[in-house]
Design a protein around this ligand. Structure first.
Ligand code: ZN
Ligand code: MN
Length: 491
């Protein structure tokens, strides 16, 4: 991209709240039921019905707002946002316009190349979701018809609107990753982008270096409803290139909404963008204003769980390298697995190393997650205890862990079945060590002349003789002892 422009990105993230029922009626809010089975006159938009606000949805929304460092307004109100589309039976969406639930928050991102940076959150408002159109056919363009499913209509959402503070596609990725991690610890949403319970729109514009006008006056393009963090990043990357090339050719950027095509990695024009006044917002007459007491907001704040920033700090203070801490903190299930394991096993580093190498590899290969892993934290701890007691070596443990994942058996059982035992008897190992040394006098000379690698060869020979069952650090120690005692003539 040309250095004559600066990238300006703002993100709007819609998050479905994990409530039992919808925002304004008693219908179930769960995903995945038969089409239109979770509907009633309220969410079908029948005339004469009245919405009743779901208290739990507001609770989850306020939890989210506080965790994202927002100021929660004691007074907010609902508004009607008009638009005509078959997935919205009322022809308006109940949302919040000029007096949203919360404002002025931030998320800290940590670019690899430098200091953490705060990305502002302009506002968080509460609104209802629309239904879903299912187009018949391979692509929208040649669909033979569309079916509407209103199970999702009326499901509670929060919309989190960032300030246009992001300066690259990579920063957008970091912001979304951190936002999702924070929300995951709050347990307010399923956060599944593929299922649409978290959706992201990206506003992208380029600012010529030296531009002094308002950001709002730059022509921005909105990329709508991208279904993964990776694709948000790809969409922004493409859009930055496209706009830069247009500007270089002297063309104007048209203000519009664009879709993202996963297969080609390109964005494509959908429609010209509505202005706020096209939505003809007006106050929702069927709902009273939302008034929240300072005491209640404070009680929600007090009940917040530990959040990623505090967890990072705690992990690092327990001696976990920052890189490993980052991997654990960004996956709430991994962190909870770690917490349970370290509660029973005192070596935090060892738990971390096993989790992030062998356990992670097996979980990924088997398509499992930490929460549903065939070997849970207790199973891992039992394995680590066998290593600690000297019954098996770390190398044997790798094989045991694989068998545990495959068979669901406990560590001790696998060790017994495989007839594994580590030779920890010094006398037994010493005689093998002496035997090996007799066979390799030249290697001993190499070692004595300073070649450290020679020792590794000898350790390997002893391990081979014992079929890997000798305790490696003991072998190491005994080799050095015997060499220095019996072979070091210089002494
Ligand atoms: Zn309903
Ligand atoms: Mn919205």
């Amino acid at each position: 991209m040309s250095r004559d422009y600066e990238v300006i990105v703002g993100l709007e993230v819609h998050v479905e709240l994990k409530t039992a029922t919808k925002l304004f009626c008693g219908c179930e809010a769960a995903f995945g039921a038969d089409p239109n089975s979770h509907t009633c006159p309220v969410c079908l938009g029948m005339p004469g019905v009245l919405p009743v606000l779901n208290r739990e949805a507001i609770h989850l929304a306020v939890r989210s707002a506080l965790a994202l460092n927002c100021e929660v307004r004691p007074f907010s109100k609902f508004d009607r946002k008009q638009y005509f589309y078959p997935d919205l039976p009322k022809a308006y969406q109940i949302s919040q316009f000029d007096e949203p639930l919360a404002e002025y928050g931030w998320v800290t991102i940590r670019p690899a190349s430098g200091e953490g940076r705060r990305i502002g959150i302009r506002r968080i408002h509460v609104e209802e979701d629309a239904g879903k159109l299912n187009h018949l056919g391979q692509r929208l363009g040649d669909a033979t018809g569309s079916l509407v499913d209103l199970n999702r209509a009326g499901v509670p959402l929060i919309e989190i609107v960032s300030e246009p503070d992001l300066r690259s596609a990579e920063e957008a990725r970091l912001y979304l990753t951190e936002l999702r991690a924070i929300l995951s610890y709050l347990d307010v949403s399923d956060l599944r982008m593929e299922e649409g319970s978290m959706r992201c729109d990206a506003n992208v514009s380029l600012r010529p270096v030296g531009y002094e006008g308002a950001l709002e006056d730059l022509s921005r393009v909105e990329i709508k409803n991208v279904n993964s963090i990776r694709n948000v990043q790809r969409g922004i990357e493409y859009e930055v290139e496209r706009q830069a090339e247009m500007l270089l050719r002297g063309e104007r950027i048209v203000k519009e909404t664009r879709g993202f095509d996963d297969a080609t990695g390109r964005t494509y024009s959908q429609r010209s963008k509505e202005e706020a006044n096209d939505y003809r917002y007006f106050p929702e007459p069927d709902l009273p204003p939302l008034v929240l007491s300072a005491e209640w907001i404070e009680s929600v704040r007090q009940a917040l769980p530990a959040l990623p920033d505090a967890i990072r700090e705690a992990l690092v203070s327990r001696g976990i390298p920052p890189k490993d801490a980052e991997v654990l903190v960004l996956d709430r299930e991994a962190y909870q697995y770690w917490l349970q394991a370290t509660e029973r096993f005192e070596d935090d580093r060892l738990v971390t190393n096993w989790m992030l190498s062998d356990v992670a590899r097996l979980i990924n290969a088997r398509g499992e997650s930490y929460a549903k892993a065939a070997v849970g934290p207790d199973g891992l701890v039992e394995l680590l205890e066998l290593i600690g007691s000297g019954k098996i070596s770390g190398r044997m443990a790798k094989e045991v862990l694989e068998a545990m994942f495959e068979t669901g058996k406990r560590a001790e059982e696998v060790v017994k079945e495989k007839g594994m035992s580590q030779i920890t008897d010094e006398g037994a190992i010493r005689s093998i060590v002496e035997e090996v040394l007799k066979q390799h006098p030249a290697v001993i000379q190499d070692y004595l002349s300073g070649k450290e690698k020679a020792l590794a060869f000898l350790v390997g020979q002893v391990m081979k003789q014992t079929r890997g069952q000798a305790k490696p650090d003991l072998v190491n120690q005994l080799l050095k002892d015997v060499i220095h005692h019996d072979y070091n003539t210089a002494q």
